[in-house]
Design a protein around this ligand. Structure first.
Ligand SMILES: CC(C)(COP(=O)(O)OP(=O)(O)OC[C@H]1O[C@@H](n2cnc3c(N)ncnc32)[C@H](O)[C@@H]1OP(=O)(O)O)[C@@H](O)C(=O)NCCC(=O)NCCS
Length: 313
């Protein structure tokens, strides 16, 4: 038994920071950034908070959902790595604006850029019978923590949010692999800013993801060729291309859509899902692999197996 996606929406703030803007701030060039990351610009929230963006994405996601279904949402997980206030948690702040029942289990989850995958693993355990629903809202404002004098991080990071609503499904199957390696130095926030050893994370991702993707496909008895989409954390286009090459899989099945958004951390995979819905691609997928990796170090891979059915309703 598994889960199906029944609604999704994103919110991207209006502000932007282009490669040309960054050329004026640090020693870098549009050419270097495009070649090494594929990025052109990043979405930047100015006055909006993590909670504001979460509400905008959540409201849009629930817009066309019937009141009956909304009433049956039993858990809300808010993923974020960049919430300034900490207490109270963001999930509490958004329950009422989203019109959710107050008897909902609502809390924040932070597992770095793997947060969305761990949130999926969590709700999958809550969705146990027909008519069970869970909402994941992912929102990050990394610009609050970005050192715009550090060219190793500021060229990558952007702000945004996405919400996804899931239901228990008898037709689909769910498989997951999680890993946590205690290595806090590689990516952390010490003081005000995020510090990252980009090359180290790059190596970690490209050396571990292909093998684990093969492993999850074996676990779920799905051939790599039968996976329709591999939705990887949009951290760096070159990481995604390298994994696709190692798995000898068509680049088209490994979408990269962050060129004008940036690496947003926890919302990056659900934002990608909404972009693929707009392109009519996610609706036609019967087997999907999702993979997140980042601070911790943390890593999570999920296989949504449709058993001949679509995993998005
Ligand atoms: C950050 C990242 C883009 C850097 O790209 P890279 O190809 O690994 O670059 P390196 O750090 O090896 O540096 C290569 C050279 O480019 C230089 N460089 C680094 N950033 C630069 C920039 N913005 N502009 C120009 N030159 C830059 C370095 O100083 C280095 O110069 P040197 O060879 O003279 O020493 C890349 O490592 C990355 O995306 N890592 C993954 C990040 C990630 O996934 N984070 C995860 C969680 S959110």
């Amino acid at each position: 038994m598994g889960i199906s996606l029944i609604s999704a929406a994103r919110y991207l703030p209006k502000g932007s920071l282009t490669n040309f803007d960054l050329e004026k701030m640090v020693e870098t060039s549009d050419e270097w950034i495009q070649q090494r990351t594929g990025l052109i610009s990043r979405t930047i929230a100015e006055d909006e908070t993590v909670a504001d963006m979460a509400i905008k994405a959540g409201v849009k996601c629930l817009e066309n959902v019937t009141p009956e279904i909304k009433n049956k949402i039993k858990v809300l997980i808010l993923t974020t790595v960049s919430y300034l206030q900490v207490v109270p948690h963001v999930a509490a702040k958004i329950v009422e604006p989203l019109g959710l029942n107050k008897d909902i289990l609502a809390y924040d989850l932070n597992a770095g850029c793997t947060s969305f995958i761990y949130a999926l693993n969590t709700i999958e355990r809550f969705l146990i019978k027909p008519g069970d629903y869970a909402l994941i809202v992912s929102s990050d404002k990394l610009s609050d923590y970005t050192d715009y004098t550090d060219r190793g991080t500021c060229i990558l990071l952007g702000d945004g949010a996405a919400a996804t609503l899931w239901e228990y499904s008898q037709e689909t199957d769910y498989f997951s692999i999680s890993q946590t390696i205690t290595n806090p130095e590689v990516l952390c926030r010490e003081g005000k800013y995020v510090q990252m050893n980009g090359a180290e994370i790059f190596k970690f991702a490209v050396s571990t993801l292909p093998g684990l993707i093969e492993e999850i496909c074996t676990k779920g008895n799905v051939a790599i060729e039968d996976v329709d989409l591999f939705l990887l954390h949009q951290a760096n286009a070159r990481i995604i291309e390298s994994v696709a090459r190692k798995l000898k899989t068509d680049d088209e099945k490994f979408p990269v859509r962050y060129q004008n958004i940036g690496n947003t951390s926890s919302p990056s995979i659900p934002i990608l899902m909404t972009q693929l819905i707009d392109e009519n691609k996610l609706q036609n997928a019967k087997n999907i692999v999702l993979a997140g990796f980042g601070a911790g170090l943390s890593l999570g891979i999920v296989l949504l197996k449709g058993n001949g059915q679509y995993v998005v309703k």
